[in-house]
Design a protein around this ligand. Structure first.
Ligand SMILES: NC(=O)c1ccc[n+]([C@@H]2O[C@H](COP(=O)([O-])OP(=O)(O)OC[C@H]3O[C@@H](n4cnc5c(N)ncnc54)[C@H](O)[C@@H]3O)[C@@H](O)[C@H]2O)c1
Length: 262
């Protein structure tokens, strides 16, 4: 898909990866860019900068996602590309409170379900449309120290795969963005602990957006701005026992050592 003249929605558009996508989509000549975020003031700032429309949305609330889609269609017409990108970090393991697990499930999985449920019927009727779901390298591998995050990002990848398989014959394209480190609100430049390690190979949101636009042109399912993630993913599936052994060593070295182990 070429972005020029397309109607695009980006959730989590006020910051980080979403902000990079909004700027890049506007620069590509999108017909309309809708900057959606639960940080309404942040979304308004970005929308003003790029000449888009800000919509304050909590993506974990189905009624608000539906309203986001209705507002977009009223303003710009049918949606060509919906980017479910909002996300939250969530440290801890099994002991993390139920509300943290539920919030991750709502934001990383149900938000994608709500968006697909609301936007797919009209896309199918028009013979096509594109869904971009931001998961994470953690959704293909794991995220040390963050069980609610890792588990729900795996579910996000699974839902994206399912959509791609099920709706391809109706002209629906799906891509799943699985970055490793991207400097953002979630990974600030002064991050410590495991964040320090991730920062070593981190890219900027602009670099991530460049990568995404090229991958959308090729209509690739898996978008990996850090190509080494494909090697790790293959290592995981080729020899799962060996991969687990390696990850336990990483856990010892980077999480236990920093004292942030759940
Ligand atoms: N930064 C990284 O290293 C990295 C790596 C892999 C995946 N990701 C994923 O990228 C996506 C974007 O994160 P980021 O790194 O740009 O972080 P960020 O914190 O800079 O941006 C996330 C944005 O999502 C918004 N948001 C959070 N919960 C929301 C909700 N319920 N409804 C609406 N908006 C909400 C926040 O207000 C924020 O503006 C997330 O899904 C994240 O899991 C990030």
């Amino acid at each position: 898909m070429q972005i020029k003249d397309k109607v695009v929605v980006v959730t989590g558009g006020a910051s980080g990866i979403g902000l990079g996508l909004c700027r890049r989509f506007a620069a590509e000549g999108a017909k309309g860019v809708v900057v959606s975020d639960y940080n309404g003031a942040g979304a308004a700032r970005v929308a003003e900068e790029i000449g888009g429309l800000a919509v304050k949305t909590d993506v974990g609330d189905e009624a608000q996602v539906k309203e986001l889609i209705d507002v977009t269609v009223r303003k710009f017409g049918p949606i060509d590309l919906f980017c479910s990108n909002a996300g939250i970090a969530s440290p801890g393991g099994a002991e993390a409170p139920n509300q943290d697990w539920q919030r991750c499930w709502d934001v990383h999985v149900m938000a994608h379900v709500y968006a697909a449920r609301a936007v797919l019927p009209s896309m199918i009727e028009r013979g096509g449309g594109y869904l971009l779901q931001t998961a994470s390298a953690g959704g293909l591998l794991t995220t040390l120290g963050q069980a609610p995050y890792a588990v729900t990002k795996h579910a996000a990848v699974a839902f994206a795969e399912w959509l791609s398989i099920t709706h391809a014959h109706q002209g629906i394209k799906v891509s799943c963005l699985c970055p490793f480190g991207v400097i953002s609100g979630m990974l600030p430049e002064d991050a410590d602990g495991i964040g320090k390690l991730i920062l070593k190979t981190a890219i900027t949101p602009d670099q991530c957006a460049d990568y995404v636009v090229t991958a959308l042109e090729k209509e690739e399912f898996l978008i990996l701005p850090h190509p080494e993630i494909l090697d790790y993913f293959q290592a995981r599936t080729n020899n799962h026992e060996r991969w687990l052994h390696h990850m336990r060593k990483e856990q010892k070295q980077y999480v236990l050592a920093s004292g942030t182990n759940p």
